[in-house]
Write a protein that binds this ligand. Structure first.
Ligand code: ADP
Ligand code: MG
Length: 895
C-alpha cells in the first residue's frame, strides 16, 4: 500500500478537527472517511493521497497552525464507487460516521457531533456488490507459524461465509497462495516479511490470546471436535481471521459456516509455476477467455462461476468423489430436458450467499431481502424438477443431496413474498419496502399520510378561492415542509391587502421572498403539514421495524439458506459441465488407480475455442498414450508445429477430469495424478527481474525434488534458456532422471534434436513428432502427433514464414549445410559424448562419495547469465578440452 504521511500536531485544532485528529491517531494506516453532513471528507495527507488516487479536486478548508488544511470529499450517497477504487489501489479505509443529529448534539451542548469509526474497509473484508468480483471468491487468509517449518492457515470469505483451514509445510505456502489467490493475507510480522508473500496484500496481525475460545464462542459450541480435526496452529490462524473480521466490522460478525479442515489430502497438488503455465484461472497475456476457466465456463450464476473456479483451482485426487461428480454430470448430460429446466431456473438467480452476508452484517439494501426470496423460490422450482427427472432412471447421490438442500426446513421465502413490495426502492431509508396488506398498523399509518396528502391537494383549491389567486401552488420543501407559492405580483398584493375571505385558518402568513415569487403558509396548512410529517414518520418507523423482523427471519434461517445457495452453485457447475460436454462432444474420463494415461482424439479446449472464434481453421485432435512401457513421450518438431498445445492439453485433461468435469476427447482413461507439474522453458522475460534461466532451473529442480511415480510432468523446451550445449546437457539429464528415478508419466517437448538419440537407450521413452509436410518449398504444419522423431528442425522454413529477408535466409542455408556436413563426420551424439552415457543400473539416489565428473563440476561453476558470447565460447572449448583430457578412451560412466 502507498504509505500515508503522518498527520501534523493536533494542538490548536477546532473541535471537529480535534475529533478528526483523535480518530486518525487510532487508524494511522487507513484513509479516514470523516462524515460531515452529506459528504465523507478527508484531510491532510489522506486528502492528498485520495485526491490523487481518485483524480478529484483537492481543496482547502480553514487553517491549522497557520497552514491551510488540504481537504477532499466524496458524496456519501455514492461513496461506494470511490471506495472500490481506493481499495483496488491498495488503501484501507476507516469509515467514521456521525452518531447523532445536530439537534441531539445541541441538546447535549456539545461543540460538535459525536462520531465513531463504524467499519474498517480492507480488501479481505468487503461485502458490497460493487467492491466484489461476482465470479471470484474474496479470501481473507490468516497464517500462523508453528514451531519448526509448518504453518497453520485459515481462509474465510466474508461475502459468502465459506471458511477453511489447513496445516501445511512452509515450503508449500507459495502453492497455497496460488490456489486461493487471497484478497488479503494476515500474518505475524516475522512471516509477513517472507519474500513468498511479496506479491500479496499483507496485513500484519498478531494471533489473539486463547484463540480456541474465540473460535468456539463464535460458533457457539463447547468443542471444535464436531467440525473435524484441527492442529493448534490451524485454530490459531482461524482465530486470527475471526479476530480481524470482528475488528474491521467493529464487533459485527457476518454469518460464517463452521471451519472445514482440508489437510491438503485428497486434492491434486499444483505449484504456482504449474498454475501459471497451464493458465487455469487466468491467462498470462491473453484476455479472460484465454484461460481454462474462461474457455469451459458455461455456468449461469455468479455463485456457480465461483464454485467452478474453486474446483479448477483445486481438483481432487481420490477416485470416489471424482466419480460421484462425473455421475452427476453424466445424469444431466443424459437428461437434456432436466438440464434445461435447471439452467433455465438458475439463469438470473440472485447471489443468495452474498446477500445473506450483507444482511448478517446489517449492511443490506431492500434487494438483498428480495434476493433471498427469489433465490429460495428458484431453489424450490429446481427441487421440483429434480423430483420428476424425466428420462432419468436413477438420480445420482450428489443430485439427490442437492435436491434435499434446496428445500430448507426453515423457509423464509413465503413470508418475504408477502412482505416485500413488488417494486423495491434502492435504499432502506426510502419508503415503500413493505407491501400493502402485510401489516395492518403500517397500512393505517400510510393511510393517514396519504389522507393528509389528499387534504393538502384540497387545501390548494380552498386557498386559490380564499386568496383570490388561481395560480397558487402548494409545494414541499426539504427544510420548511409544505408552503404555498405565489408569483411575485400576486404575492405582493396578498401581502398588502389580504382578501376578506382570507381569515382564520386561511389567513396568509408570509414566510419567504424569492427572486420571482413569495412563499406563504397559514394555520390550516401548517396543521396539515404537521399531521403529514407525523404520519410519514410513524409509517417509516413501522416499516423499519418490519424490515428488522424480516432480517431476523433470514438470519434465523441462515444455515439452510447457505446450504441451498451452495446446492444451487453445485448444480450450476454440474449442469454447465454437462452443457459443454454436449456442445463439444466431450467424454466422461475413466479414472483408474493405476498409472495409465490414454487419450484418443484429444483437443485443447482453449486453443480450440480461440481457433473457432478467429475462424482460423479446425483443430486437429491428437491421441496420447503414456501407459506403462511408454511413460515418457519425447516430442520433437519445429516451432509452431503444435508441441506446446499438445503438452498442455494433456495436462489440462488431468485438471478437468479430477475437478469432476468431462474432457474434450473421444475417450480418456486417466490414472489418478497426485501432483501435476508443468514447466515452460524460459522465453526472455527481462521485465520479470530474475534471470529467466535461473527461474527455469529452480522450477525444474522443484519437479525433480517433488515428483513421484503417480505424478504427471509436462516439460516444454526446458533448457532453452541457456546456451545450446549446457541446455541440451541439462535437458538430457532431466529426462534420464524422470525416466529412471522418478518414473512418472512425462511429456517432454524439445527442439533439441540430439535428444532423440536417447530413444533407444531409455526403454520407456516413446518418441513422437509433430507431422510437417514440405510443399513447394514451404512448410505446412499438420498439427498431428505421430510416432518417431522429426527429420529436421525446419528452423529456416519457419524463419521464412516469419518474413526474414531472403539474403539472410540464403546465408543461413549455406551455414547450415556446412555445419551438417561437419556433423556427418561425427558419431551420433550419445556415443560421441561419454558425458551422456547413463549409469549402468538406475540408481535411486546418486552414490554419495563419487567425485563429480570434472566436466560436470566445471559446468556447475558456470553462470550462463554472466557470460558474454565470447566467454561462452571459451567456456565451451574449455569444457571440451576437459572432456578430452579426462577420458582418453572416449567412454566413461558417470555416476
Ligand atoms: P509449438 O509449441 O510447437 O511451437 P504451439 O503449440 O505453440 O507450437 O502451436 C502453435 C499454433 O499452432 C497454435 O497457436 C495454434 O494456433 C496452432 N495449433 C497447435 N496445435 C494445433 C492443433 N492440434 N490443431 C490446429 N491448430 C493447432
Ligand atoms: Mg512451444
Amino acid at each position: 500500500m502507498d504509505q500515508l504521511p503522518p498527520p501534523p500536531i493536533a494542538e490548536g485544532a477546532s473541535p471537529a478537527m480535534a475529533q478528526w485528529f483523535a480518530t486518525k491517531a487510532q487508524h494511522p494506516d487507513a484513509l479516514l472517511f470523516f462524515r460531515m453532513g452529506d459528504f465523507y471528507e478527508l484531510f491532510f495527507g489522506d486528502a492528498e493521497a485520495a485526491a490523487e488516487a481518485l483524480d478529484i479536486a483537492l481543496t482547502y478548508r480553514g487553517e491549522h497552525r497557520g497552514e491551510r488544511i488540504p481537504m477532499c470529499g466524496v458524496p456519501a450517497h455514492s461513496h461506494e464507487s470511490y471506495l472500490a477504487r481506493l481499495i483496488r489501489r491498495g488503501f484501507r479505509v476507516a469509515i467514521c460516521e456521525q452518531m447523532e443529529t445536530p439537534e441531539e448534539a445541541k441538546r447535549r451542548k456539545a461543540p460538535t457531533l459525536r462520531r465513531e469509526v463504524v467499519r474498517l474497509v480492507t480488501p479481505g473484508t468487503i461485502t458490497e456488490e460493487m467492491l466484489l468480483e461476482a465470479a471470484r471468491p474474496a479470501w481473507l487468509l490468516a497464517l500462523a507459524p508453528e514451531e519448526g517449518a509448518a504453518l497453520g492457515a485459515a481462509w474465510l470469505d466474508v461475502s459468502t461465509g465459506h471458511f477453511g483451514t489447513e496445516r501445511l509445510a512452509r515450503a508449500d505456502l507459495a502453492a497455497l497462495l496460488a490456489r486461493l489467490e487471497p484478497a488479503e493475507v494476515l500474518a505475524p510480522a516475522a512471516l509477513a516479511a517472507d519474500p513468498v508473500l511479496a506479491g500479496a496484500r499483507v496485513t500484519e496481525a498478531t494471533p489473539p490470546r486463547d484463540g480456541e475460545r474465540l473460535v468456539r464462542e463464535t460458533f457457539d459450541v463447547a468443542t471444535l471436535e464436531g467440525f473435524g480435526q484441527f492442529s493448534p496452529a490451524e485454530i490459531t490462524a482461524a482465530a486470527m481471521a475471526l479476530d480481524y473480521v470482528r475488528a474491521t466490522q467493529r464487533g459485527a460478525m457476518p454469518h460464517l459456516s463452521p471451519p472445514v479442515p482440508h489437510g491438503g489430502q485428497g486434492v491434486l497438488q499444483m505449484d504456482a509455476a504449474t498454475r501459471r503455465s497451464l493458465e487455469i484461472l487466468r491467462s498470462e497475456r491473453g484476455g479472460p477467455k484465454d484461460c481454462l476457466l474462461g474457455a469451459v465456463d458455461r455456468t449461469v450464476t455468479a455463485a456457480g462461476a465461483r464454485a467452478l473456479a474453486a474446483r479448477l483451482a483445486s481438483p481432487l485426487a481420490e477416485a470416489e468423489p471424482i466419480a460421484a461428480r462425473h455421475d452427476a454430470v453424466q445424469a444431466l448430460l443424459d437428461a437434456p430436458p432436466l438440464r434445461a429446466a435447471i439452467r433455465g431456473a438458475l439463469k438470473g438467480a440472485p447471489d443468495m450467499a452474498r446477500a445473506l452476508a450483507r444482511l448478517s452484517l446489517d449492511r443490506f439494501a431492500p434487494r438483498d431481502l428480495a434476493a433471498i426470496r427469489d433465490g429460495l423460490e428458484r431453489a424450490a422450482a429446481i427441487a421440483d424438477a429434480l423430483q420428476e427427472p424425466g428420462g432419468l432412471v436413477t438420480v445420482p447421490p450428489l443430485l439427490q443431496e442437492a435436491a434435499r438442500a434446496l428445500r430448507p426446513l426453515r423457509d423464509p421465502a413465503p413470508e418475504l413474498a408477502r412482505a416485500l413490495a413488488e417494486t423495491l426502492p434502492a435504499r432502506l431509508e426510502d419508503p415503500g419496502v413493505v407491501a400493502p396488506g402485510y401489516d395492518g398498523q403500517l397500512d393505517g399509518l400510510r393511510r393517514l399520510r396519504d389522507d393528509a396528502r389528499g387534504a393538502i391537494a384540497a387545501l390548494q383549491l380552498d386557498l386559490a378561492q380564499a386568496w383570490g389567486v388561481a395560480s397558487v401552488k402548494i409545494r414541499h420543501h426539504q427544510q420548511f415542509g409544505y408552503l404555498a407559492e405565489l408569483p411575485a405580483a400576486a404575492g405582493e398584493k396578498l401581502l398588502r391587502e389580504p382578501p376578506a375571505k382570507a381569515v382564520g385558518e386561511l389567513f396568509p402568513i408570509h414566510r419567504q421572498t424569492m427572486a420571482n415569487g413569495h412563499r406563504f403558509t397559514c394555520a390550516a396548512l401548517a396543521g396539515l403539514d404537521r399531521r403529514l410529517a407525523e404520519a410519514a414518520e410513524g409509517a417509516a418507523k413501522r416499516e423499519k421495524q418490519i424490515i428488522r423482523h424480516l432480517r431476523e427471519l433470514c438470519l434465523a434461517a441462515a444455515p439452510g439458506i447457505t446450504a441451498a445457495a451452495e446446492a444451487l452453485a453445485e448444480l450450476d457447475v454440474h449442469a454447465a459441465a454437462a452443457e459443454i460436454a454436449a456442445e463439444g462432444g466431450w467424454c466422461r474420463p475413466e479414472i483408474v488407480d493405476r498409472p495409465d494415461f490414454t487419450v484418443t482424439a484429444g483437443r485443447h479446449p482453449v486453443v480450440m475455442a480461440a481457433l473457432a472464434r478467429n475462424r482460423a481453421g479446425a483443430f486437429v485432435p491428437n491421441d496420447c498414450d503414456l501407459s506403462p512401457g511408454r511413460r515418457l513421450c519425447l516430442l520433437t518438431g519445429p516451432n509452431m508445429a503444435g508441441k506446446s498445445t499438445f503438452l498442455r492439453q494433456n495436462a489440462l485433461f488431468v485438471v478437468l477430469a479430477q475437478a469432476g468435469l468431462f474432457v474434450p476427447a473421444e475417450t480418456a482413461r486417466l490414472g489418478l495424478v497426485d501432483k501435476l507439474f508443468s514447466r515452460v522453458g524460459a522465453a526472455d522475460d527481462i521485465a520479470g527481474g530474475r534471470s529467466t534461466f535461473m527461474v527455469e532451473m529452480a522450477e525444474t529442480a522443484a519437479i525433480l525434488n517433488q515428483a513421484g511415480p503417480r505424478s504427471l510432468v509436462v516439460l516444454d523446451e526446458v533448457g532453452r534458456g541457456t546456451a545450446t550445449w549446457d541446455g541440451l546437457a541439462i535437458a538430457w539429464a532431466v529426462l534420464e532422471a524422470l525416466h529412471d528415478r522418478i518414473r512418472c508419466r512425462t511429456i517432454f517437448a524439445t527442439h533439441f534434436h540430439e535428444l532423440t538419440a536417447l530413444a533407444g537407450k531409455l526403454p520407456e521413452l516413446a518418441p513422437a513428432t509433430m507431422r510437417v509436410r514440405e510443399w513447394k518449398g514451404e512448410v505446412v504444419f499438420l498439427h498431428s502427433v505421430a510416432p518417431g522423431t522429426a527429420e529436421k528442425s525446419w528452423g529456416l522454413h519457419v524463419a521464412k514464414l516469419a518474413g526474414v529477408p531472403r539474403p539472410v535466409l540464403a546465408r543461413a542455408g549455406a551455414v547450415l549445410e556446412a555445419l551438417e556436413a561437419r556433423a556427418r563426420g561425427l558419431d551420433p551424439l550419445s556415443d560421441e559424448l561419454p558425458l551422456f552415457a547413463r549409469p549402468a543400473a538406475p540408481a535411486r539416489t546418486p552414490p554419495p562419495d563419487t567425485p563429480p565428473h570434472p566436466v560436470l563440476a566445471a559446468l556447475a561453476a558456470l553462470d550462463p547469465d554472466a557470460l558474454s558470447p565470447r566467454e561462452a565460447q571459451d567456456a565451451l572449448y574449455r569444457l571440451r578440452s576437459l572432456l578430452d583430457g579426462a577420458v582418453p578412451g572416449g567412454k566413461q560412466v558417470v555416476g
